[in-house]
Structure formats: C-alpha cells, structure tokens
Design a protein around this ligand. Structure first.
Ligand code: NAD
Length: 297
C-alpha cells in the first residue's frame, strides 16, 4: 500500500464521528495535518482530552476539538448540532465514521436495535440536521462532502423493511450487516436529492477494508486471537484504513462526484440491491419517520 498524497485544506472544517479511536482517530489526525479545523463528535469522553492534545501536538494544528455526541440518542445528536451551530462555523466535510459491531442485542435510548439505531439512524439524523450548513458551505468547484463509512459486510447484508429492528430473530452479524447496507442506500439517495436540488454537496461511501481496531471486541475470541497475532499481515493499520475516508473527503479528482462506493481509493460496485431506487426511497421515508424529520417523500 502506498500512502496517497492530498493537497492542504486550510480554512476548511470537518466533523468526524467516532474520531477518538481507530479509523476515526486516524482520519481526524490526517485531516488536521492537512490544515482542517476538525471537530471530533463522539461519546468517548474519557479519551477526548488526551486525543485532542495528541492530535494538536502531532499535527501542529490548534483547531482540533471534541464535542460530545452520543449517536445512540436522537436527543444527544440534536444537542450536538445545536452546539455546533452556535459556533457559526461552515462545514465542508462530514465523516459518518462511528460504529459498533456485533454487540449483543441491545437498544438505543430511543428503543432502536443498537446497530440500526447508532450506526445508521444516528448518522441519518446527524446528516439531515447538518445539511443546511453543508449546503451553505459548498460552492461551485468546491463542494462540501458527506463521507459515510460502510463495510464489505454490507455485501452479505439484508434489509428487512418489515423488521428493521431485528425483533423476530436477532443475529449480531446480520444486524451489523444491515446497518452497513442501510448506510449505502442512504448515501446514494442523499446524493440524488442533493444533485436534483443543484446544491454543491456530494455524498460518497468509504469502505476502509479490514482494519486492526477495537471494533472487533465483541467478535469470537478465536478471531480476536488471529487479529492479535496476524494483524500485521492480514489487517490494515488504522492509518491505512483512514486513507479511503480522507480520499473521499478531500481528493481533487472527486470534486463534484457523488454516489460512489470507494475502496482502496478507487470506485467499486456495491451490492446490486443498493442501486434499487425503490428500496432507497422506502428506507429514506421510514428513516425520516423514525428520526422525526420531514422529507419522507
Ligand atoms: N475495523 C474494520 O476492520 C472495519 C471494517 C469495515 C468498516 N469499518 C467501519 O469503520 C468505522 C470505524 O470503526 P473502527 O474500526 O475504527 O472501530 P473503533 O471501535 O476503533 O471505533 C469506533 C468509534 O465509534 C465511536 N462510537 C461508538 N458508539 C458511539 C456512540 N454511541 N456515539 C458516538 N460515537 C460512538 C467509538 O467511541 C469509537 O470512537 C465503523 O463505522 C466500522 O463499521 C471498520
């Protein structure tokens, strides 16, 4: 793997969800190194201070901050957006990165299955609430960008429109896969809406590959052992995993380009089902209702 080269991004502002750990941390640090003002949106308050000062130190960029946002709570997401908007900053890049994987059956504060509620619906609402700022910050030739982190797991995912909360039969793997599939459908639909209204905002999906992070904490111990021993061989480092997100966020060749599934800094096809306009629309409408936002048509 060869580290890509990206141009400096002074005077641009980014929000990275889950930027205190793993791929999100590496992404936040990379964007800070490019000169962006980076806001880490996360629930890992315990690590926030240390992470922020580490990034500042290593990148010599002072404009790095942490703002609390629990994506498993719609109210917390709304509070985060209010606090962010009080800063009167533009927003050029939103990276929907945070996530959990294969957690036992649990519910978010609003009663949604955790993978669906946190990984998907939380980012759906966050993006919706930040869209006006993104629209106002993009301009011709320099679009604002929404980057949503999905996973190859989406290829084996199924979207159960009749049972999005996996109530009839809970499988941690299927629930994770469904949330990552929903994120792809969401990004494509969002891109079409943005293009149709002529706004200078694009939406793409980033697939980081298999990356050595703590995301695997709930996975079978044997797999964990393989990760510990062979990570150097089989897994990307968090820094390498972050390249695709950073590429989607700043690469000049992606200016004005949206609705793509990006892997290893290249466009590739996602699951066939994700291109179904009908399913995109159905999920979008249901999500508007669940998240309590307008625009369900
Ligand atoms: N690691 C991999 O191999 C891999 C592969 C494909 C996709 N991904 C995706 O990459 C993204 C980042 O994962 P990672 O591997 O860095 O995992 P990680 O566990 O290291 O980091 C996940 C981040 O999400 C945050 N988060 C969790 N719950 C939250 C909540 N309720 N509110 C706000 N933030 C919350 C955590 O605090 C953490 O910062 C995820 O979306 C994951 O699905 C990872």
């Amino acid at each position: 793997l060869v580290e890509p080269v990206f141009p400096p991004q002074p005077d641009r502002v980014a929000i990275v969800t889950g930027g205190t750990d793993g791929i999100g941390y590496a992404t936040a640090k990379y964007l800070a190194r490019l000169g962006m003002h980076v806001i880490i949106a996360g629930n890992n308050e315990g690590k926030a201070e240390e992470v922020v000062s580490k990034i500042k130190e290593e990148t010599l960029n002072d404009r790095v901050e942490f703002l609390y946002c629990d994506l498993a709570s719609l109210a917390s997401i709304r509070r985060f957006v209010e606090t962010f908007k009080l800063k009167r900053l533009p927003l050029h890049v939103l990276i929907n990165n945070a996530g959990v994987m294969m957690v036992p059956e649990r519910k978010t504060q609003d009663g949604f299955e955790e993978h669906f509620g946190l990984n998907y619906l939380g980012h759906f609402l966050l993006t919706q609430l930040l869209l006006d700022t993104l629209r106002a910050s993009g301009r011709p030739g320099r679009s604002a960008r929404v980057v949503t982190v999905s996973s190859a797991t989406h290829y084996v995912g199924e979207l159960n429109m009749d049972d999005l909360q996996s109530r009839t039969c809970y499988s941690p793997h299927s629930a994770y896969a469904q949330s990552k599939l929903a994120l792809v459908l969401f990004s494509y639909h969002l891109q079409r809406l943005l293009a149709a209204e002529g706004s200078h905002v694009t939406a793409n999906v980033a697939d980081p590959g298999v990356v050595d992070t703590e995301l695997y904490r709930h996975v079978f111990w044997g797999t964990r052992l393989v990760q510990k021993v062979f990570a150097w061989l089989l897994f990307k480092t968090p820094e390498e995993g972050a390249w695709t997100s950073v590429y989607a966020a700043v690469a000049p060749q992606l200016e004005g380009v949206g609705g793509r599934y990006l892997y290893n800094e290249r466009e590739t096809a996602s699951l066939k089902l994700t291109y179904s306009l009908r399913l995109q629309q159905e999920l979008w409408a249901a999500s508007c209702q669940m998240a309590g936002v307008l625009g369900g048509t």
